[in-house]
Design a protein. Structure first.
Length: 115
């Protein structure tokens, strides 16, 4: 289990699903291209950790939140650290369950490189 260091936050699966459904969450996948193509959460933007660029994170509108995820919660913490260092303090939340937790809960996974 991944421990999320302060000032970062973890989001629960139910809250992630609700936020994706109502447009309140802008989801970012930081895994590598082959992982993303093999299966990602529909709508997730691709910003791989190996070339992570805080400037490429989506800008949240009113009532929206940027949420980062990876395979199991480790790379997403590193991405949040890089986002903070890049001036994006609003990218402070991740889904620590990652794609493993999402798929393991029976949630749908989209294949290919399109969000």
């Amino acid at each position: 289990m991944t421990t999320t260091p302060a000032p970062f936050h973890d989001i629960a699966l139910a809250d992630l699903k609700a936020g994706l459904n109502d447009g309140a969450i802008l989801l970012v996948d930081v895994r590598e291209a082959e992982e993303y193509a093999a299966g990602h959460i529909a709508g997730a933007l691709f910003n791989p950790l190996s070339a992570f660029d805080a400037a490429r994170l989506p800008t949240p509108g009113a009532g929206q939140k940027v949420v980062i995820y990876c395979r199991s919660g480790r790379r997403s913490v590193t991405a949040m650290e890089k986002a903070l260092a890049g001036g994006r303090a609003d990218a402070d939340t991740h889904y620590s369950g990652g794609i493993l937790g999402w798929a393991g809960a029976g949630e749908p996974v989209k294949q290919g490189m399109e969000p």
